[in-house]
Design a protein around this ligand. Structure first.
Ligand SMILES: Nc1nc2c(ncn2[C@@H]2O[C@H](COP(=O)(O)OP(=O)(O)O)[C@@H](O)[C@H]2O)c(=O)[nH]1
Ligand SMILES: [Mg+2]
Length: 338
């Protein structure tokens, strides 16, 4: 082998190693995680971090036997899962009462008690999405920047379209950044639905207005409106959101039929504070709780329900269009505590 051939062989080897490393790293970073088709198992997998901190810790503690002291020590575990101070207090008091009156004798009974109480607190049944008596059903989506609005809209669209059976129109009323409009447009293309977009910097309310007009004229089943992320402390931007929510009424008097607030589950109690600020400006009808898969604070669902009285309607479990589920209290609690 000549020296030149040796150098070429070494270069080829180096390239092969680099390619192999990149392929392996890409695979490890794959966004979807394992593919799980069963919805309950999918939810259970996504709640893994919260369940790990909650159920495993509860079992370890209860393994020491049952006493008031042990029940008291559960408080810290519930708080860590972000179940909230008020709810945790009620759960612990309830457990103690049940213990004193001899209704709790085993770890299983304690967990059953917690499951029942949590299902009751979460409203017991599915909230469902409001449907307009006459189409289109208009869904306004709000939330702070980065909460997951646009991704959640993609999931919602995938779910609403029912494989092409229903016609969904998207409105890109997040006109502040060109990138935001492009992001929604990319989803629209991927999902095979139409989108109304204004010029960059266009009035967000006028985009919403045009979209309402088109949705009525062309017989769409659903119109989903994306809005600009805003700091919940910014009064002007909040006012504008109010305007977007009002503008569609010219064409669709009872619109919007749903105002979904997207909250980032990983921000825990801060998400609750945001929600309070939004509900002062617009009539939020439901919560879309995004990023439940990335957090050990899944208990925040309970706080949202208890402190805001607004139903959690959807949960986001990943970054792909199918990574969403309609919220079901019973199933959620089962996935969390079993
Ligand atoms: N793991 C995970 N990531 C999410 C979820 N929802 C959104 N994201 C990610 O959060 C980031 C911000 O989302 P985006 O939709 O752009 O937020 P927006 O600014 O509110 O529109 C993106 O990287 C999304 O992929 C979710 O349910 N799970
Ligand atoms: Mg966005």
């Amino acid at each position: 082998m000549t020296q030149e051939q040796l150098v070429l062989a070494l270069i080829a080897l180096a390239v092969a190693v680099v390619v192999a490393v990149l392929v392996l790293a890409g695979r490890r970073r794959g966004p979807a995680g394992p593919r799980i088709d069963d919805p309950f198992e999918r939810l259970r997998y996504a709640l893994g971090k919260t369940r790990g901190g909650l159920l495993d810790a509860l079992r370890a503690r209860l393994g020491r036997g049952l006493s008031e002291e042990v029940v008291d020590s559960l408080e810290e575990i519930l708080l860590r899962a972000d179940i909230g101070v008020a709810t945790t207090r009620k759960l612990i008091d309830g457990l103690k009462d049940a213990l004193r009156s001899g209704k709790l004798a085993s770890e299983r009974e304690v967990l059953d008690f917690l499951r029942q109480e949590l299902v009751a607190k979460l409203g017991g049944e599915r909230a469902g999405l409001a449907e307009a008596p006459r189409k289109p059903t208009v869904i306004l989506v709000a939330g702070v920047n980065g909460a997951g609005k646009t991704t959640s809209i993609a999931k919602l669209t995938h779910w609403l379209a029912k494989g092409g059976e229903k016609k969904v129109l998207l409105a890109a009323s997040d006109t502040f950044r060109a990138a935001a409009v492009d992001q929604l447009a990319t989803w629209a293309e991927r999902l095979g639905v139409e989108i109304v977009r204004g010029q960059q910097g266009a009035d967000p309310a006028s985009v919403a207005h045009d979209a309402c007009e088109k949705a009525v004229a062309r017989g769409f089943d659903y119109l989903v409106i994306d809005t600009a992320g805003r700091l919940h402390t910014d009064k002007n931007l909040m006012k504008e959101l109010e305007k977007i929510s009002r503008v569609g009424k010219k064409h669709i008097p009872d619109a919007p039929h749903e105002v979904l607030l997207v909250l980032d589950a990983t921000t825990g109690q801060n998400a609750v504070r945001q929600a309070k600020a939004f509900t002062e400006v617009i009539p939020v009808t439901g919560i879309f709780l995004a990023k439940l898969d990335g957090t050990a604070k899944g208990g925040i669902v309970v706080v949202i329900r208890e402190e805001l009285g607004i139903p959690v309607k959807f949960v986001g479990l990943g970054e792909q269009p199918q990574d969403m589920q309609a919220f079901d209290a019973e199933r959620f609690v089962q996935a969390l505590l079993s």
